[in-house]
Design a protein around this ligand. Structure first.
Ligand code: HEC
Length: 154
């Protein structure tokens, strides 16, 4: 590595240090932004699969699997944005207050999504998209179930 590269590397490392703080540095707003960001990413990938299942765009097994795997990985992540500290945020949010009183019940909805998303990712890759319809439908059902119960109408 030449000296200029080395200097650049060092300053990049130093610049990144402040953002490597621990969880205690997180504010209520950070949690809200985090969970909304994760949900938006889940929605991003989820919405790419529906049109393939419905035949509105050509089915591509590799692309479908990529999106299914993204949803499966991301499905583990929103829970981290529903900690009690997040309650004090004044940012706009669609979380219903029930979430904070029914933690156990809310978590079962989260687990159901995680399970359904893992099954879809597992099955994805097949040649016939119709085989994926039930698993895809089951994920959609879990999204809707939680939204109906714990998300304010937008
Ligand atoms: C355990 C409950 C739960 C599950 C399961 C769930 N969501 Fe959500 N989702 C929420 C809540 C609550 C919000 C509102 C978050 C906020 O505003 O802070 C939300 C927000 C979103 C948003 C952000 C935009 C908006 O409408 O507020 C998208 C997109 C989204 N969810 C998609 C999905 C998809 C797709 C799935 C299924 C793969 C899913 N969600 C599963 C509870 C859930």
């Amino acid at each position: 590595m030449n000296p200029t590269m080395k200097k650049l590397m060092m300053s990049a490392i130093l610049l990144s240090l402040p953002i490597l703080g621990n969880a205690q540095d997180k504010t209520a707003d950070d949690y809200v932004e985090y969970r909304q960001g994760v949900f938006n990413a889940i929605g991003w990938h989820f919405k790419k699969m529906g049109p393939m299942i419905q035949g509105r765009i050509p089915y591509d097994a590799v692309e479908f699997k990529r999106h299914a795997e993204a949803v499966a990985v991301l499905s583990h992540m929103p829970a981290e944005g529903f900690v009690k500290e997040a309650k004090d945020s004044t940012l706009p949010t669609r979380v219903k207050p029930d979430v904070w009183f029914q933690t156990e019940r809310f978590n079962t909805y989260m687990d159901d999504m995680i399970k359904a998303a893992a099954e879809l990712a597992e099955q994805a890759g097949v040649e016939d998209k119709d085989e994926l319809r039930p698993a895809y439908g089951n994920v959609a059902k879990q999204c809707k179930a939680c939204h109906d119960r714990y998300r304010e109408r937008g």
